[in-house]
Design a protein around this ligand. Sequence first.
Ligand code: NAD
Length: 482
Amino acid sequence: MKIIKNFIHNEYVDAVSGKTLDNFNPATGKVYSQMVRSGEADVQTAVASAEKAFPLWSTSSRNDRSDMLMQIGALLQKRVQVFAEAESIDQGKPVSLALKVDMARAVKNFEFFAHAILHEKENCSKLDGVGLNYSLRSPVGVAGLISPWNLPLYLLTWKVAPALAVGNTAICKPSELTPMTAYMFSQVLKDVGLPPGVCNIIFGLGSEAGAAIVKHPKIPIISFTGGTQTAESIIKDSAPHFKKLGLELGGKNPNIIFNDCDLSKTVDVSVKSSFNNQGEICLCGSRIFVQKEIYPKFIKDFIEKTEALIVGDPWDAQTFMGALVSKEHRDKVMSYINLAESEGGKLISGGKVPVSIKGTDFENGYFIEPTIIEAQNIQCRLLQEEVFGPVVTITQFTDEDEVISWANSTKYGLSASVWTQDITRAHSVAERIKSGTVWINSWMIRDLRVPFGGMKASGMGREGGSHSIDFYTELKNVFVSY
Ligand code: NAD
């Protein structure tokens, strides 16, 4: 069986513990590979490698780093099909989605940041008759990059590309649930000739390998994407070292639909924003609020389109939803569905294992039907807690003030969508919603030039954003007297 090893100083090495962890294919429920189970000692070796590589990499020219990033992007582009297939087996999503979303974006991450560093300018301000004040940006050092399982390569490369672009070296820790594409990515780095130590990849559990990165005194900057609860440990563990932290966390995003929306487009996009990637996208609109007059029509159309979605074989090009990432996660999502009735909600579609997988190769996979629950109790757990699966609630509202207070009622503040043809209302609602991103008449359209991140418990370090080149630099002022 394939064993995924650590990638340290451009070599593949076992974990010092000698232990391994099983890696499951969520669509079949079978173990198909293993990964090394790393800890403090492995992180220590990776830090030594990254420190050794730092002086040369951080002083290499922007052009050279930009060229290297472009080469990484180009080689990834050549391999997108095998990467997409591997990501599907690792994570459960359809191959077609992995190709269209994950791989396309992983390539783009390298292209974008390769260009971005060539267009960066430092600032200079003049104090008349006194002197000049200019600011300098420099790389921070060895960056710890910790990523989740839902968009494995997409999110990891969204950290690697800006971190390396500005001259940091890195230690990556992908999720233990989806290590495969990060492992394959290490081969890309080797093949393009990235100098040893510039990008190391460590595999293992978050509580062991991840925590060792966060606690290591010689890793001054951590970019973390994952759960809000995990972020609490990261804040505590990194506090003694005053690390620079970028935290991209959970969400419970409102999808607000006014009477005057373009209903057909709203329904189409809402189906995607609810169930794309099995609802396992931090930006999914998991709380749908629909204004009273169009509520019956919206529900009817939304159920019709949802029930037409194909769930099952991730290799079938027609499949919209694959398997959830793990058995534990499937059970967690099911437990929320089972809460519906006791919380005064009503299951109106889905909620079961799809019958279509019975008797197929996917019988033991972690599939759940796209699920819709009507619920009016804004404070219930289903409307307050992140489920992170193919489950949405639908709630009827009367007016703007009411829906804004409901939208802002959770501890999260990641993203929101607003559907209306009234341009004045669109802007005013966008301003009043406490979230890092608001999409008007759209969802998940991303411009890499603008900051990304969440408010409240959805993130920290949004200004500049932990996906920006500024985040991976230290800013210094230099004053020169005349
Ligand atoms: P998670 O917090 O369980 O794990 C994320 C990563 O952190 C993994 O690599 C894990 O091994 C590691 N980790 C776990 N414990 C750690 C510790 N104590 N110290 C250091 N590292 C540790 O999250 P997940 O289940 O992999 O991902 C799902 C969550 O991620 C959801 O809440 C989702 O909303 C969020 N997410 C947010 C964004 C965003 O951009 N805001 C994007 C994707 C996912």
